[in-house]
Design a protein around this ligand. Sequence first.
Ligand SMILES: *Cc1c(COP(=O)(O)O)cnc(C)c1O
Length: 396
Amino acid sequence: MLHLRHTPYLPRCRRSRLTPPILLQMRIETLAVHAGHSVDPTTGAVTAPIHLSSTFEREPSGGYAAGHMYARISNPNRAALETALAALEGGAAALAYSSGSAASLAVFQALAPGDHVLAPHDAYYGTIRQLREMFGPWGLAVDVVDMSDLAAVERALRPTTRVVWVESPSNPLVRVVDIRALAGLAHSVGARCVVDNTWATPVLQRPLALGADLAMHSTTKYLGGHSDLGGGALVAAVDDEFTERLRSMQKLAGAVPSPFDCWLLMRGIRTLPLRMRAHCEGAMRVATWLSTQPAVEAVHYPGLASHDGHEIAARQMSDFGGMLSVQVGRDAEQALAFTHRLKLITRATSLGGTESLIEHRASIEGPTTVAPQNLLRVSIGLEHPDDLIEDMAQAL
Ligand SMILES: *Cc1c(COP(=O)(O)O)cnc(C)c1O
């Protein structure tokens, strides 16, 4: 364990009377700036150094003074990041991974053959592929269900269900499901509720406060925020046996982010609440404008009153997010032609960066996709919304 004086949880703890419980009650803007950050005790540096060392000196007594032994097991940059992630989600413990996919994989790996996992039919397609292609043959039983239908979820639960995987808003249809109700159903059979909170971020939605047991992130997206790193995270509501199993597997497997990626992520997190405000404002403006365009068949954005999940989103999120999808033209060809005429919005996968990105999901996901052929997913960046609207207007 880190010595208290060096614990990054306490911002400037040598001069401040802040204690962790006070920090936990702070607003998310403050947590984003301070959690996991402290003045470097050896140099006085206000911004954390990057510790590239893969190994740490052992004391004559056999111990490790600062709590670190070998970088795969722990290192100062990852420890600071995990402190920040736990604080942002209001969890008891966080684990950082080298990708969102490594984080979801870790949850499934911690289960036993014969266990049952229930996932949403429109979960991130990589999550579904992990379950089907990797963990099916390995012995996990997997069902997918439309989680906006709570009765269907209840019917699909089994005594062996160990994880109810939830994603809201979902990818790529931006559907919203009731996290509190789904957590309740999971607990009724003794299963854990895991929420992929990548799209909402802890700024807009706190799954643990809604009753979920784990929040999962692809930190590659909004938490990093600049399309320049890969990462993932799990944040646990309680530090129980399952969390300890995840922690020991994280150390044994080593799918962990590099110190540099941890540092970049800490830098990204500092502006997350500010960025989310601008992403939400831009997405609302663009979605509202798109919904008035005759060439547009449908706009999927939970901020629109016409969206199926609008009421739940208004209840469980503090704003509606930066992701929308839009159905343009009659088919894939017409939708793709629209993206080729765009000048400002880049055709690329991923989301959550400063630049707006557009993607035709059906051609990425292949024949098993649930995305309509004319659907384009848009990650609204931090450009002025009027410039995005002008670009789309000339392309329509
Ligand atoms: C990107 C993404 C993932 C996978 O994360 P990687 O960092 O690409 O491995 C999982 N879930 C959601 C919702 C995502 O957007």
